[in-house]
Design a protein around this ligand. Structure first.
Ligand code: IMP
Ligand code: MG
Length: 186
């Protein structure tokens, strides 16, 4: 229990404990990359990265897949806890030329309630991709409120808040090489 990746971290008022080590993440991301390469069978997909949280995962996944393909970015924000839950605001929309007729690999950090994907996937389908493969690093099925078709998930985790490897808690923690889970109920 000596290395830096195995000690708790404090972010704002909360303590987070080590949950997935960098080694565990890299091993799983390598498998996901190989699985994607197999499914795409040498094709040239478009990698669509959901900002901000998925940027670290996407960088590793895309390199692990060794697939040639263009890269696009999407940024959404979900409205929560109001009647508009289930709607998203699109801060950065996908470029149609990267989606129409393409095999799109949509890369997400985490599917929690599922509202973001429930709202975003129909918008992506409006651009007529040839196919959509949704890959999420983390999935919290017990937190999910709506059905989302996930094609590949890295880790199925309990419904507790996590940070690191691109995921933040109120703006901080994205730089942590491992994933940390909140110590108390949140
Ligand atoms: P959903 O719409 O509830 O499925 O969640 C969508 C977004 O909420 C994710 O892409 C994350 O950006 C964020 N999110 C959900 N759970 C967590 C978490 O445990 N840690 C950090 N961000 C999270
Ligand atoms: Mg996200």
């Amino acid at each position: 229990m000596a290395s830096a990746s195995q000690t708790s971290v404090q972010l704002h008022e909360h303590v987070f404990e080590p949950f997935l080590t960098p080694e565990m993440i890299q091993e799983r991301v390598t498998q996901l990359g190989q699985e994607l390469a197999f499914r795409m069978a040498g094709g040239e997909p478009t990698f669509l990265i959901m900002l901000k949280g998925a940027f670290v995962f996407a960088a590793d996944l895309i390199r692990a897949s060794r697939l040639n393909g263009e890269i696009g970015f999407v940024r959404t924000q979900s409205y929560r806890g109001t009647e508009t839950t289930g709607k998203i605001r699109m801060h950065l929309a996908p470029e149609p030329a990267l989606v129409t007729g393409k095999d799109v690999i949509l890369i997400e950090d985490i599917v929690d309630s599922g509202y973001t994907m429930q709202a975003f996937l129909p918008k992506l389908e409006e651009l007529n991709p040839n196919s959509i493969t949704l890959v999420t690093l983390l999935h919290k099925p017990e937190a999910q409120q709506v059905d989302v078709k996930i094609d590949l998930a890295g880790f199925v985790i309990p419904p507790k808040f996590v940070v690191g490897y691109g995921l933040d808690y109120d703006g901080i923690g994205r730089q942590l090489p491992g994933i940390y889970q909140i110590a108390e109920n949140f």
